[in-house]
Structure formats: structure tokens, C-alpha cells
Design a protein around this ligand. Sequence first.
Ligand code: PLP
Length: 371
Amino acid sequence: MNENVYLDHNATAPLRPEARLAIDQAMGIVGNGSSVHAGGRAARRIIEDARRVVAALCAAQPDTVTFTSGGTEANNLALGATAMSRVLISAVEHPSVYDVADRPEIIPVDRDGIVDLDALENMLASDNTPALVSVMAANNETGVIQPIERVAEVTRRYGGIVHCDGVQAVGKIPLDVNSLGVHMLTISGHKIGGPAGSGALINVDGLALSPLIRGGGQEKKLRPGTENLIGIAGFGAAAQVINDRGQAEIEKIRQWRDDLESAAKNRILGLEIVGQSAPRLPNTSALISPAIDSETQVMALDIDGVSISSGSACSSGKVGASPVMVAMGFNDSQARSVIRVSLGWSSRPDDTKRFLDVWCGLHDRLARQAS
Ligand code: PLP
């Protein structure tokens, strides 16, 4: 019996053993991080240690890190916190940005999904109301990396504020808030092997931000409520692994991903690799094989113990045409047949071979049926 193969790290990564251990230890602590007794102080130590490690993940100062319940909350916080009346977002943002922004102006993207910087500049120049500009560091469906430094440079030139959703990029490519030039960065714990329900907003320049919820002094009043000690402990432990050996891990993954794409191109006629000519995350492949819809592919692979996503997997589990692909100019049938393969820390050398064997087997079967 074959072991299951998990190639859906962009949806969530399995919990790292180091995070599991940190969570287990944190669960043994009886104390509220705001209490002065020994248990409270032990909880506070865990929170502040994690804050330092999470800050180091993106070369930020620890006191700029606000822990949240995840990337979604951090994005909501960032978009609501500045009271900017004008919001510009790219056409390929995650729902936790595009569903939240109030009547956002959409920055178009090219066929690779990269924001059109001239369009951004024209939009900023067309109105002298300062804008909040939110562009993700890398796309969850395609892995395409945005030119954030340039987005930040243009936006700052027009007096705007830049927020970047770094949820998919963190741990996969170097993210340094100083060289990116952003005001705010969102990150999430469960994409790097920490627990779901943990994340952070990094307020690089110390902007005065308003909280989403009120009723306590925690996280400098920006995120009131007793801290999620267990989640923060696990997030910190996962971040520590990346600080220690993330680079070596990701280079191995890049090689497996590249080998997968070369082999797939040889075996599947007419295969298109989305964003192949653009800078991309080293772990992600968005693959369009014409004529088979993504749902059929995801289900057939699942039956054989291989977990992947359709490009458009959403929280309800329904599959439709991917809005990201549509924004990139793909037609409806292409947008409905894209699948996403995403590797990560738990990937093994033979995982991609197993995926290919099952996936190509499906293509062969369907081709025989059609002939
Ligand atoms: N932003 C991006 C780009 C994502 O891919 C995700 C999750 O898939 C989120 C934000 C939301 O993060 P979380 O699941 O931690 O709320």
C-alpha cells in the first residue's frame, strides 16, 4: 500500500515536529501572559520569544509584530486600520484582501499575473487623495512573485501607504521588510508548518493603526484579548526552523519542483505551466492540461492518495473558474482546468514522481476513452 502524498502546502503545511513540541510545552503552562505571577511570566516569555523569532523571519523589529488569528485577520486589520479613503489592490489578491477592501480600485496584471506598474502609477497620479495600496508578495495559486520593492517605491512617491500580503512568500523566498519598503506585512503560521489560527501583522514604520476589535490592552491595544499562547508558541517554533535551515530546505524543494515540471512537459501534450517565465515561488506549479477540468483531476488524484488543489480551491470546497486565472487573461476553459501542486517541508524525493505517474495515468485513460 502506497503512503499518501501531500502536495498542497500552499493550502496548509503539516505541523512541524518542532511546532508540535512547542505547543505541547505551552499547553502545560498555567498563566495568562498579562499576569504577574510565575505562570503569567512564563507565558509572557513564550510570547515575547516568539515575537523575536517571527520578526527575524522578515528582518523586522520585534516591537512591530502584532500577533493575530492568522493571515485573514492580519489582512483585515491592515486594510481597516489606516482610515485611508482610497484603496488600490491588485487583480489577483486573496479574498481576505479583495473581499475586505471598500470599493477598491483594481490594478491590472499581465499574462504572468504581475502587477502593471505603469497602470499603478497612472492610478496614483490621477487623484491626489493618498491611497492604501495592497499587493501580495506571491500568489497562492500560481506562486508568481510581485515586484513589491517597485510597488512600494511608486506608492511612497505619491504619499501612499503600502501593505503586502506575504502569507505565501514567507519561508519560501527571503522577505526583508526594510528592502521591500512596505509599511505593513501580513504573515501566517500554518503556511510555514505552524498551527492554523496564528499569524501576524508587521507594522514596519509604526503607523498609528486602529484595532478591529476593542476591549483590552494586549498587543498594544491593536489586538485585544488574551493572547493565543499555544498558537503563538507553535508559530514561533516553525519560524525558528525557517530561520535556522529554511534556505537548505527550499533549495531541495526547488529542484524537485523543477524536475517535476520538466518531466510533466515531456509527458503531457499541450501542457502549460502558468507564470513559467516570471519569478515564481520555488515550491509551486500551476499546471493547465487542456480538456480535463480541475475537479476531475483533483478527485482522481485523491482516490490514488495524492492531495493537490485546483487553482481555485476556496473555503467552501467548490471549484469554479479561478478569478486569478481570469484576471491573467486565461479563457474560461483554461481557468477551469488548472491544478496547483505545492511542495513543502514534509515533501519526500519520490512524491513528485508518484504525482506524475497517477496524473499521467489519468490523462492516458481519458485519451483512450476519447479515441
Ligand atoms: N493570503 C494568502 C495569499 C493566502 O494564501 C491565505 C490562505 O490561504 C491567506 C491570506 C489567509 O491566511 P490564513 O489562512 O492564515 O487566514
